[in-house]
Write a new protein. Structure first.
Lengths: 422, 83
């Protein structure tokens, strides 16, 4: 028996290995990763790590002894480039860029995503940074020390978190976003407006509806960033945060279905691919909507990586399907803590609780009167209440939220009461 | 929390990595150590109020406990369930 090969020493990969052991699976597990590090937390890379309040050791998920004790073999600093699988089965072998061959009889892909690169002239200059892994973050942190003017390309979570750090370190910071609002893909317009104002209050310049056409070089690296309206923003450090692209090449190699539009490995709610004995989890996947079970969504979050990894382990080990979790997400931008529960992309109405000007408020999302989710800024009680409501099929009727300043938990209508009214 | 997660202590999930975002690192601190920790801040208070399965007088989020010399011998109990 050659056991399970987990490709990608990521949060999803580690969780999958741990969950297999928790399920009583005793077959060998090999976790192989391209980076030289054992699995570590990525979220702090754009927050505490960049600010310098935590170091690489603090990011580690587990001590080396843990892997030995659980019989999880780590192969680090080697990228899997070759992958073969026997017709009609799940046994096969993988080859790494360092010539190692790894046999398996079950396969898990937790390969994550790569950053989307800026493709304009000058994008390859020294002083242009991307942020995905620890090496990126170390380079960025060290360059940031000597930088004075920072341009962040992309007003998404990573860009704004890093912008907040750079500003806290006393840099002149400009965020350039091609869309008409910040974090447009993930939050309601009212939340976007809040973040625009909040970053401006902290001294960040934000340029919406602006496209970067070139990075301009000078002596010693970057001199500035040229925009489509002819402006050149002076900069000695450019951080590009324009999204990620799922790594699907290994999946393609063994003929797994990938979604051409969303660009991920297609899995079902059990994290199974279209091939028996092969699972995938985390940022590299697209899966049915976790609440409706319909369509396909690609979620980039810790929660999704962990939930899918647990489901994938259950699929491989033949255990019961774990209870589906309400999607959740967080983003810390300086002293602003955003917590999101649920998926709100299809909403047709929102109710705002509290005053965004106080930097403490929440936005509840509805569709056809059904609660979908919440963006909570410095309001963990609202976040938790909505998360609990979604997990227990309770309701928080929009009209009650509109009419009352009472704590959200007092407005909640439990599933039993809803059922009685039906 | 970090000491627990890095060493694989079961029941300390810490899904958010210590960011006061998930309440899955909830512990019951033994009574004699409670006064040494100081009170939870507002955000932790809300998480304990709404986010944990059984709140007791010693309930804390372990991500908010910084281990110091003074806390030598700190004993906590791990709840059977995290949210």
């Amino acid at each position: 028996v050659s056991g399970t090969l987990v490709v990608g020493a990521s949060q999803a990969g580690l969780q999958l290995a741990i969950s297999l052991r928790e399920a009583g699976d005793t077959a060998p597990i090999t976790l192989v990763g391209a980076e030289p590090h054992a699995p570590y937390q990525r979220p702090p890379l754009s927050k505490a790590f960049l600010l310098g309040t935590t170091d690489a050791t603090g990011l580690s998920f587990r001590t080396p002894a843990f892997y030995t004790e659980r019989g999880i073999e780590l192969v680090l600093g080697e990228r899997v480039e070759e992958l073969e699988i026997a017709p009609g089965g799940s046994a096969g072998s993988a080859g790494t860029d360092r010539g190692r061959s790894l046999a398996f009889d079950r396969l898990a892909l937790t390969v994550g995503a790569r950053v989307r690169k800026l493709t304009v002239p000058g994008a390859e200059l020294d002083g242009v940074h991307h942020l995905r892994d620890l090496a990126d973050a170390e380079r960025l942190r060290s360059s940031l020390t000597g930088a004075r003017r920072v341009v962040v390309v992309g007003g998404g979570f990573v860009g704004l978190e890093a912008a907040a750090v750079a500003r806290a370190l006393g840099k002149e910071v400009t965020v350039v976003e091609v869309g008409d609002r910040l974090v447009g893909r993930a939050v309601a317009a009212v939340t976007s407006e809040f973040y625009l104002a909040a970053h401006q209050r902290r001294g960040v310049t934000v340029r919406l509806g602006s496209a970067v056409v070139a990075v301009v070089g000078g002596p010693g690296g970057v001199r500035g960033v040229a925009l489509d309206d002819g402006t050149e923003l002076p900069a000695d450090l450019v951080l590009v945060g324009i999204g990620i692209v799922p790594r699907t090449e290994l999946a393609v190699r063994i003929g797994l279905e990938c979604d051409p539009g969303l660009g991920g490995i297609v899995v079902d709610r059990d994290a199974a691919t279209d091939r028996a004995g092969v699972v995938a989890a985390g940022d590299c996947t697209v899966a049915p909507h976790p609440v409706t079970g319909e369509g396909r969504v690609r979620l980039e979050s810790v929660q999704n990586a962990v939930s899918q990894a647990k489901a994938a382990a259950a699929t491989l080990a033949g255990g019961p399907r774990p209870t589906p979790e309400v999607p959740w997400f967080w983003s810390d931008q300086g002293d602003l803590k955003l917590q999101i529960a649920g998926l709100s992309a299809d909403h047709d109405g929102v109710v705002v609780r509290g005053n965004p000007a106080t930097e403490r408020f929440s936005v509840l999302y509805y569709r056809d009167g059904t609660l979908l989710g919440v963006d909570a800024v410095n309001s963990p009680a609202d976040y938790l209440t909505v998360r609990r409501a979604l997990a227990t099929n309770a309701d928080i009727p929009a009209e009650r939220v509109r009419a009352s300043d009472r704590p959200l938990k007092e407005l909640l209508v439990p599933d039993s009461v809803r059922a009685g009214n039906r | 929390m970090t000491a627990a997660t890095q060493n694989g202590v079961e029941g300390i999930i810490a899904e958010c990595g210590g960011n006061r975002s998930c309440a899955t690192c909830h512990v019951w601190v033994r009574d004699d150590f409670v006064p040494l920790l100081g009170p939870p801040d507002e955000m932790e208070e809300d998480l304990l109020d709404l986010g944990v399965s059984e709140r007791r007088s010693g309930s804390r989020l372990s991500c908010q406990i910084t281990v110091t010399e003074e806390l030598d011998g700190l004993a906590v109990e791990i709840p059977p369930e995290q949210p």
